[in-house]
Design a protein around this ligand. Structure first.
Ligand code: COA
Length: 190
């Protein structure tokens, strides 16, 4: 793997921008993490506060970049740079990592998730040399799996109690995407 960047690089797409999180993102980050879907499908604190957001953007995310344990980007609207959500790579191991995304309700259903994940996958493959990416969705998170499939991920397994949500076990759908030596998505059985 090449040397890891110390902070999130700016990545410009046509419909989304990936950039570092900033303190003026706090109100939107709080709203996004207090949303019902986020509470149900992501292990965020139930009553996410501005302090939680500040800890996340001043400590958790920079620590991830510095140590190489995770690479989290803000997903922003290129028109006005407002925060739409977050997307990132987690649990790096050899040529593999997990993709994670959380968008605020107003950003959903407009192709933002597809565009943001495509940018992060390109970054993972071309920037970091990763070859296999994994997608974990809590069982029942149909929008998440629909997005993963649209990105080219293949369903692999349902894993009982693989994750935890506020101390309770949660079943997980696991999907994966493998990039072949030519740089394109390898379709199993094709
Ligand atoms: C799961 C999640 C990331 C999906 O993101 P999203 O931005 O809504 O996904 P997209 O907009 O790319 O796709 C959603 C729909 O918009 C449609 N769409 C509309 N305009 C589009 C465009 N320009 N390009 C692509 N798709 C478009 C897609 O076809 C899709 O419809 P379908 O599912 O009926 O086929 C988002 O719902 C979310 O953040 N949820 C809460 C947190 C969460 O569950 N995160 C995942 C944890 S594993």
């Amino acid at each position: 793997m090449p040397e890891l960047p110390p902070v999130a690089p700016l990545i410009e797409g046509e419909t989304v921008r990936l950039r570092p999180l900033r303190e003026d993102d706090v109100p939107a980050l709080v709203d996004n993490c207090r949303d019902e879907q986020a509470r149900r499908f992501i292990p965020v604190p139930l009553d996410y506060t501005a302090d939680d957001a500040l800890t996340y953007l001043n400590h958790t995310v920079p620590d991830g970049w510095r140590t190489g344990s995770s690479h989290v980007f803000a997903v922003a609207d290129p028109a006005d740079d407002t925060l739409l959500g977050t997307v990132g790579l987690h649990a790096f191991r050899a040529t593999t990592a997990d993709v994670g995304i959380n968008l605020g309700p107003a950003a959903r259903g407009r192709g933002i998730g597809t565009a943001a994940c495509r940018l992060v996958i390109d970054y993972a493959v071309e920037g970091l040399g990763l070859r296999t990416l994994y997608w974990h969705a809590f069982v029942g998170n149909e929008p998440s799996v629909a997005l993963a499939r649209r990105l080219g991920f293949t369903f692999r397994a349902e894993l009982p109690a693989f994750a935890a949500l506020r101390g309770e076990p949660v079943d997980v759908w696991l999907l994966s995407l493998t990039i072949d030596d030519g740089g394109t998505i390898a379709t199993p059985g094709a």
